[in-house]
Design a protein around this ligand. Structure first.
Ligand code: AMP
Ligand code: MG
Length: 653
């Protein structure tokens, strides 16, 4: 942010507004406090809704009953309406005989005749008590005495089996308070009072705009250098989950004029505007400049001490909140949930979100930046002594780190780390923890999905966390997973995987993956050659660029053997996965590299097979007897599993 300091004076000059607030990065708490102070209190957005359309909405006003419920004194049983005084002397040996009035009071029938002393009137449950009667005797407690009389052998207290008018709800009573979120029980109260329409807080209309020249909507074809617009969909959904009505207006290019027009019209027709992207203060990032022209007071906070999410921009334009979320989807989601949801829910009249929390042990040290409140997404795993919170290793640019996490933990702005072994509070994304039945941590392979498919069908929750072979092995040694899929080559023994196992781990053979050279189909430098000849041809052409693999990868060892001492152009480009190698060659950023056959095939590349890689599983022996582990071992051995692997281009071990 130091660059902003130097830019601030010129910005002030250009926009003609006081931009001093740009200079300071606010703490999360200060930013939220200022944002809320600029927005509340405010008049609630109210609308009338019929009862059927009211569930989920908070009441805008108190609801006061304008009738009694029940509206009349009502019998609670099937029996006879009587005068209790007539039965004062009734007993087992001294029955009292009452003459029946010529009337039967059914539900919904208004009584016509009074109950005079010495008489009774037949009455059904829910029937209105006739004049003169003050109690009801159950039919079971009477005996017929001829056609027109009954005998009663027990006394009745006044009010027996009677619900008095207004005993449930009294006329003039406030039956529901403003702010109550309407559910079936509240609907029942209103219906009993005869209320057909209620005044509720309407859903705030929230316009959503994604910004960026690179964005393409899901469903459309991805052009080179473009990415799919993720924020548009997640922000819209999260608005819906928190009481708002999202109006998604698509992705707008980084063009100041176009964006300003879109923002103005969006703000005109909505109660709130949420943008994502373009908030870093780079040359192409214009949205925060536009906000300054949209209305008073303008920007409240630009730069919040949050991680992820520092570039968050909060503004209020003529009373309406305008927010620019950071572009990276995970940052966008975190800042949205942490800073925008409280405001949105308040505008929607909803109570603050009540997030479920659990305590879990953090198995590894997590470094944290001093001065920023840091949120770390975690996957929960069941350990020997309770829950383990496994931090997701991917950065804020990774959508899976958000989607596959169970929740997050918070590292205080004043802490520079969370030490390993700490019991931390984890805020869950869903109300209940569903700890996975099977946890696989290590190198990911598409073949894995084929083997876990039957487990998922059987209702088992499988969590696979991709951290590479070495990361998986470390997790397995700490007992934090069931299996670690690994493909580690030991140069000394020239064998895969077994030399890397330690105490408490055993090897479960997985499958073999053919490694080989990939090139774009039709490239005459490689087509039809052996691997050795292809590499010779590549080295002979100075214009040929390779893509390597990271140090430590088994595939890298193969490449180095083929290259000998040669260090061709591209050697230092060392991505960490088979897919990244295929993408580099397919997109012509490189001409050749080494990957596995199924990945080459999926990318439509030419392939020269060289040597098989062993993709096996380090099983934590202590977890062998768990049902999901057994199910996985079964699936691995099954004909169905082996056939599926074969079809996908793998060779089951
Ligand atoms: P920006 O803040 O616009 O510089 O964006 C930061 C990063 O987030 C860039 O890599 C963008 O491509 C990415 N990004 C921005 N908006 C979106 C979006 N709607 N969906 C997915 N990624 C995005
Ligand atoms: Mg952008």
């Amino acid at each position: 942010m130091s660059s902003d300091m130097t830019r601030a004076p010129s910005q002030r000059g250009r926009d003609g507004v006081d931009q001093d607030q740009f200079l300071a990065i606010l703490s999360r708490e200060d930013a939220l406090k200022r944002f809320e102070a600029a927005l509340f209190p405010r008049v609630a957005l109210a609308e009338e809704r019929p009862l059927t359309g009211a569930p989920g909405y908070p009441l805008a006003h108190d609801i006061v009953a304008d009738i009694d419920v029940p509206p009349f004194d009502r019998s609670n049983v099937d029996g006879f309406a009587v005068r209790s005084a007539d039965l004062a002397s009734a007993g087992e040996a001294t029955p009292v005989r009452l003459v029946l009035n010529d009337e039967v009071i059914a539900c919904g029938t208004a009584p016509a005749r009074p109950v005079l002393s010495g008489t009774a009137t037949s009455i059904a449950t829910g029937g209105p008590l006739p004049r003169g009667a003050d109690a009801v005797v159950m039919v079971e407690h009477t005996q017929p005495a001829g056609a027109r009389a009954i005998d009663i052998r027990r006394a009745a207290s006044p009010g027996q089996f009677v619900s008095y008018a207004g005993s449930d709800i009294a006329r003039g009573e406030a039956v529901l308070r403003a702010g109550t979120v309407i559910g079936s029980r509240e609907i029942g109260m209103c219906a009993a009072c005869g209320i057909a329409n209620v005044s509720v807080v309407r859903r705030p209309r929230v316009a959503v705009i994604s910004t960026g020249d690179e964005l393409v909507q899901p469903g459309e074809t991805l052009r080179p250098a473009a990415i799919y617009d993720t924020n548009g969909a997640i922000v819209s959904a999260a608005i819906g989950e928190n009481g708002g009505e999202a109006v998604f207006l698509g992705a707008i290019a980084d063009d100041e004029e176009q964006l300003e027009a879109a923002m103005r019209s969006a703000l005109e027709s909505s109660d709130m505007l949420v943008l994502s992207g373009g908030t870093s203060k780079g040359a192409g990032d214009v949205s925060h400049r536009i906000i300054a022209r949209l209305g008073k007071p303008g920007i409240i906070a630009h730069g919040v001490a949050l991680k992820p999410g520092k570039p968050l921009c909060l503004a209020v334009c003529d009373g309406k909140p305008v927010v620019i979320l950071p572009g990276f989807p995970t940052s966008a989601m975190f800042t949205f949930h942490d800073m925008i949801v409280p405001v949105l829910r308040r505008m929607a009249g909803l109570p603050p979100r009540s997030d479920a929390k659990v305590v879990a042990k953090v198995p590894v040290r997590i470094a944290s930046e001093l001065g920023r409140t840091e949120f770390v997404m975690v996957s929960l795993v069941e350990g020997a002594e309770g829950l383990i919170a496994y931090p997701s290793g991917k950065g804020s640019g990774a959508i899976t780190s958000f989607a596959q996490a169970d929740g997050f933990l918070k590292i205080d702005a004043l802490a520079d780390q969370m030490p390993a072994g700490v019991q931390a509070e984890v805020t869950l994304f869903t109300p209940h923890v569903r700890v996975p039945d099977l946890v696989i941590v290590g190198s990911h392979c598409t073949g894995l999905d084929l083997i876990t498919a039957p487990l998922a069908r059987a209702g088992l929750v499988v969590r696979s966390i991709a951290v590479g072979s070495l990361g998986g092995l470390a997790a397995a040694k700490r007992g934090e997973c069931d299996f670690a899929p690994i493909h580690l080559f030991d140069e000394k023994s020239e064998t895969y995987n077994t030399p890397f196992l330690g105490d408490g781990l055993e090897l479960v053979p997985g499958w073999r993956r053919m490694q080989g050279i990939v090139f774009r189909a039709g490239d005459a430098r490689f087509e039809g050659l052996s691997a050795e000849a292809a590499v010779r041809a590549a080295l002979a052409d100075p214009a040929c660029i390779m893509v390597n693999r990271n140090q430590g990868a088994g595939t890298r060892i193969l490449i180095d053997r083929l290259l000998g001492n040669a260090r061709p152009d591209g050697y230092w480009n060392q991505p960490r996965s088979h897919n990244a190698v295929a993408a580099a060659v397919a997109q012509a950023r490189a001409d050749w590299g080494m990957t596995i056959a199924p990945v080459a095939r999926a990318a439509g590349l030419g392939f020269i097979p060289l040597a098989e890689e062993h993709y096996d599983f380090a099983l934590v022996t202590a977890r062998r007897d768990r049902p999901a582990v057994q199910a996985f071992l079964e699936a691995l051995k099954s004909d169905e599993g082996r056939a599926a692997l074969g079809q996908a281009g793998f060779r089951p071990a």
